[in-house]
Write a protein that binds this ligand. Structure first.
Ligand SMILES: NC(=O)c1ccc[n+]([C@@H]2O[C@H](COP(=O)([O-])OP(=O)(O)OC[C@H]3O[C@@H](n4cnc5c(N)ncnc54)[C@H](O)[C@@H]3O)[C@@H](O)[C@H]2O)c1
Length: 477
């Protein structure tokens, strides 16, 4: 790919010798995928692809594209390997990002990593497909015949066949081209932002399928050039609908097993036993080694919505009114309510009066060791505390600004006194706190809402005079 100075001059971009891969959508998935593809090399160490990331021409889209073009990840990230891979692609000059969709005309491969959001009110889930359709139409406006398209966005099962292919055909016909001239496939990401961000793309198992045999073959060849398939073999399914279903089922299963633990946590708290110790004992049995545990709540972009996609597909694409996906809906509802259990613990401890109580919340991201705050369970928790007129300060080493709450977040442990401290996210920094030194005579209530603190830390806190209560274990443990 010939170099360019700025995005405005993207028209100067010219195709070089390497195949061009466009990644549509530069969010948590697309940005990392673009880096992974740009670092794919042949056996002699030569880079295989020129990569162009594409986002929307919005303020945020431009910020993301500019960051990547400058060799920087647009998000807080603790994975050094990913940072280095991006910097090395930047030096090699085979990765840029733009907000102008006409670059699809140069693509040999297009990877779709746009968002697809769900609304869920009163037990009814819906997914407005207009944004996703628009993304596919945009590709259709300039894609060249023979291009491989890989949809990685999580979609209601059946979307490639019922939406992607028809939209592309329509766009091709409009341009005077024959239908079915591009190869549509589906393969879902299991990317996990955090310290193993890049590894979760290149050193991880994949599932994929093509709308046609040829699309499946091409998808396999392409992904095998990016992913370490020797150690992490890929699984091919017989249709894109099957691959889309695998993604949705995988996440629904996870969301449901988390929800399942919720009432066991309440039981443990009530009868003064330690659910985490019990789960560790059960996990020794290989068939139960990934048993979930009680916690503060379920957040992030995936588990909060993916269990609802199957019901939407059943209704929208297949008119299957007799299948209700009751467990999936229940899981989403139980998981949504979880942060209120922690709230109620504080509320009851302070005799139903939180007015003027100073509360410090440790952890606002949705998961330990990541800076992603999307659908974080800390959000309803803080809102409810504020509604109750408590004074809340938030701390998180990985989140300087909490966009969803329009709030600056502090990174350092505070020296100010608090009535209560809530540990909501198991960031590694919290597991190393020496409370005796830090609290220096202060004795706030401590709520360990997510099994964040060690036995030693809880003992230390009690020794210095703090009340310690937990989610998932009795108050004396
Ligand atoms: N860890 C994860 O977040 C994760 C893991 C696996 C799968 N997924 C799935 O991957 C998909 C993307 O997730 P994400 O977390 O990266 O979302 P995101 O919201 O962080 O990013 C999506 C990006 O797509 C851009 N976009 C939307 N429409 C576009 C268009 N027409 N053209 C170009 N760009 C467009 C948005 O501006 C945004 O930057 C989702 O379907 C998600 O469920 C996410």
């Amino acid at each position: 790919m010939r170099r360019f100075e700025k995005e405005e001059s993207f028209l100067k971009l010219e195709k070089g010798n390497r195949p061009v891969v466009c990644v549509q959508g530069l969010g948590f998935v697309g940005a990392a995928m673009a880096v992974a593809v740009s670092n794919a090399k042949d056996t002699e160490g030569n880079r295989l692809y020129d990569v162009i990331g594409v986002d929307l021409p919005t303020e945020e889209g431009k910020r993301r594209a500019d960051a990547i073009t400058q060799g920087l990840l647009p998000f807080e990230n603790s994975d050094i390997q990913l940072k280095e891979a991006l910097a090395s692609a930047h030096r090699a000059g085979n990765l840029i990002a733009v907000t102008n969709s006409s670059v699809y005309t140069m693509a040999d491969v297009i990877i779709v990593d746009v968002n697809l959001d769900i609304s869920y009110e009163g037990g009814k889930a819906d997914v407005p497909l207009s944004g996703f359709r628009k993304a596919i139409q945009t590709i259709g406006e300039s894609v060249q015949p023979d291009t491989l398209i890989i949809v990685e966005t999580t979609v209601p099962p059946g979307t490639c066949e019922n939406v992607v292919v028809p939209e592309l055909n329509q766009a091709l016909v409009k341009r005077g081209l024959p239908k079915h001239q591009v190869h549509v496939s589906h393969s879902y990401e299991r990317v996990m932002p955090g310290k193993d961000y890049l590894d979760s793309i290149i050193n991880y198992w994949r599932v994929y399928a093509g709308v046609t045999e040829e699309a499946g073959d091409r998808c396999e060849t392409f992904l095998s050039s990016i992913i370490n398939t020797k150690d992490y073999p890929m699984t091919r399914l017989h249709s894109t609908t099957a691959s889309e279903t695998a993604k949705v089922l995988e996440n629904s299963y996870r969301a449901m097993t988390i929800a399942f633990m919720e009432e066991w946590g309440r039981f443990a708290e009530s009868v003064d036993i330690d659910m985490f110790q019990i789960i560790e004992a059960i996990r020794m049995r290989p068939t139960h080694s990934n048993m979930r545990q009680p916690g503060f709540g379920v957040g992030g972009y995936c588990l909060t919505k993916d269990p609802l996609f199957a019901q939407i597909a059943a209704e929208k694409y297949y008119q299957l009114s007799h299948i209700d996906f009751e467990f999936c809906k229940r899981a989403v509802e139980v998981n949504r309510k979880m942060p209120m259990v922690s709230f109620n613990k504080l509320y009851n401890h302070f005799k139903q009066d939180l007015k003027g109580k100073k509360v410090a919340l440790f952890g606002v991201s949705y998961r330990q060791d990541v800076g992603d705050t999307r659908y974080s369970p800390s959000e309803p928790f803080v809102k409810k505390l504020t509604e109750s007129e408590a004074i809340v300060d938030c701390y998180d080493p990985l989140v300087p600004r909490w966009e969803e709450m329009k709030m600056d977040v502090q990174q350092q442990l505070p020296s100010a006194p608090y009535d209560a401290m809530v540990f909501a996210v198991g960031h590694q920094e919290y597991r190393q706190i020496d409370f005796r030194q830090w609290l220096n005579g202060r004795t706030p209530l401590v709520l360990d809402a997510n099994n964040v603190l060690s036995d030693e830390q809880r003992l230390q806190l009690r020794t210095i005079g703090c009340d310690v209560i937990s989610i998932g274990r009795g108050d004396n443990l």
